[in-house]
Ligand binder design. Structure first.
Ligand code: AMP
Length: 217
């Protein structure tokens, strides 16, 4: 859906969702080779890196994504805020911040870095004993689970889930926590396969199947 809930004339002037399926086409190609039975299926690609987005794919094509007008929307990222109530921008403006400062805040001082005050890097957050570092990770996992649920509703079900990019490819712990939160959808992964983190992680023949496929943006 390209529309925001704004007056229609603003849609035609460009205030609309554009969609940024970061590495989707490559992943769709790889899945076609690795799992031909997933062709025509309903797949969510979780691109979790310093930029992060989810894409819902049907028949190998992206049908929706968490990013929209800019690269700020959707999941919280290394330093970007992710989905925000527009009322918060009005609050910041009225609080005296100008557009440039808000731009810097939303793109460079928010997300994992902003919440934790420690780092934008998941490795540093997992190694930290600062409570806000744990909270940043918890918030990230919560948002991913919530948005996968939303895209699954849009697709009308989930046949496959793919993790990719720096966090998605390299953090068994984050994958495990996300998959635990999706158990209600039937998501299940083999702990050893999750530790290996390459290829299929779900039990053979299980739907939804869960994958780690390195991206090639
Ligand atoms: P990318 O933008 O795809 O290069 O991803 C970069 C991010 O991936 C880094 O900022 C880290 O947060 C994350 N990352 C890379 N390696 C690991 C790892 N071994 N464990 C957890 N996160 C990692």
């Amino acid at each position: 859906m390209e529309r925001f809930g704004l007056p229609d004339k603003l849609l035609r002037r460009g205030a609309r969702r554009w969609g940024h399926g970061l590495s989707c086409e490559y992943i769709a190609d790889r899945l076609r080779c690795l799992a031909p039975n997933l062709c025509g299926c309903r797949i969510v690609v979780a691109h979790l890196g310093s930029g992060a987005s989810l894409s819902a794919m049907r028949d190998g094509r992206s049908v929706d994504t968490t990013m929209s007008f800019s690269a700020l929307d959707g999941l919280p990222m290394g330093t970007r805020c992710g989905t925000l109530d527009p009322g918060a921008i009005l609050f910041l403006l009225r609080d005296g911040l100008n557009a440039d400062r808000i731009d810097d805040l939303l793109y460079k001082q928010s997300g994992l870095l902003g919440i934790s005050g420690v780092s934008n890097d998941v490795r540093a957050l997992l190694a930290s004993d600062c409570p806000l570092a744990a909270e940043a990770i918890e918030f990230f996992v919560y948002r991913v689970i919530r948005e996968i649920g939303s895209l699954t509703a849009l697709l009308g079900g989930l046949d496959g889930l793919d993790f990719t990019a720096g966090i998605g490819e390299n953090s068994p712990l984050i994958r495990q926590r996300i998959c635990e939160g999706l158990a209600w959808l039937g998501v299940s992964i083999d702990p050893d396969a999750n530790q290996r983190g390459n290829g299929c992680m779900s039990p053979e023949g299980h739907t939804p199947s869960v994958w780690v496929i390195p991206t090639d943006e």
